[in-house]
Design a protein around this ligand. Structure first.
Ligand code: FES
Ligand code: FES
Length: 148
């Protein structure tokens, strides 16, 4: 079936079954491989995108559920908060292998855009994004830095 959604500001029609995970559609059909596959079950946060402005796990949203909605991926995220987060990530040299980082950054931007930048909330929300390289201390420092 043909499913139309907005990806990074561009109306996009994809030919796929409605139950295909959004993550598959982004990577395999739209060619946006910045969003990563980790667990495929909603546990690790590697696949985090923005769905109508809120952080969402693309492996756990079907294409049908995303129809008509606005999706922003790491390739298309823009704005003042995104710039502050990206700058803070560089200042704190957060990334190691980098695999989890798109998801971490998308979660951080959504958190800060929702108005939360206190240490307790940052810890609670960011703890849902796993990092096999254990960059947690630098992630927390960068998010708090970007929140100032
Ligand atoms: S791949 Fe989606 S939460 Fe792990
Ligand atoms: S930087 Fe390697 S998994 Fe997070």
């Amino acid at each position: 079936m043909a499913i139309t959604l907005t990806i990074n500001g561009t109306p996009t029609t994809l030919e796929a079954e409605g139950d295909m995970p959004l993550l598959w559609a982004l990577r395999d059909l739209a060619g946006l491989t910045g969003t990563k596959f980790g667990c495929g079950a909603g546990h690790c946060g590697a696949c985090t995108v923005h769905l109508d402005g809120e952080a969402a796990r693309a492996c756990s949203v079907t294409l049908e559920e995303a129809a008509g909605r606005s999706i922003v991926t790491i390739e298309g995220v823009t704005g003042a908060t995104a710039s502050k987060v990206q700058d803070a990530w560089l200042r704190h040299q957060v990334a190691q292998c980098g695999y989890c980082q798109p998801g971490q950054i998308m979660t951080a931007i959504a958190l800060l855009e929702a108005g939360y930048g206190d240490a307790e909330t940052v810890e609670a929300v960011m703890s849902g994004n796993l990092c096999r390289c254990a960059t947690y201390l630098r992630i927390r420092a960068a998010v708090l830095d970007a929140a100032i």
